[in-house]
Ligand binder design. Structure first.
Ligand SMILES: [Zn+2]
Length: 97
């Protein structure tokens, strides 16, 4: 867990928070006239029809919303933050009641 550093000041674009909040929990992939569902974070998926590997994320140019999630997941992978995440998720779940 990093402790000493201050947060990097950043302008959070309007819409980002809502975009994260409403992010779908599945992604529909289409190939060969077939459509199937994958995790929205999958980088590749194999077409069930022809077996082709379909690339699902671009990794070029500007950051995509998936990169925001990846940064959050990376943050959550730090040792010692599990309890912080658990507490905050619990508080948010209570607020939603
Ligand atoms: Zn295919």
């Amino acid at each position: 867990m990093s402790t000493a550093a201050l947060p990097i000041p950043v302008d959070v674009p309007s819409g980002l928070v809502e975009a994260v909040r409403s992010f779908p929990s599945e992604k529909i992939v289409a190939h060969c006239g077939k459509r199937w569902s994958v995790s929205p974070f999958d980088v590749y998926s194999d077409c069930p029809q022809c077996g082709a590997r379909v690339k699902l994320r671009s990794f070029t140019g500007g950051a995509e919303i998936e990169d925001v999630f990846d940064a959050l997941f990376e943050w959550m992978n730090q040792p010692g933050v599990d309890e912080l995440v658990r507490q905050r998720r619990e508080a948010i779940a209570k607020d939603a009641d």
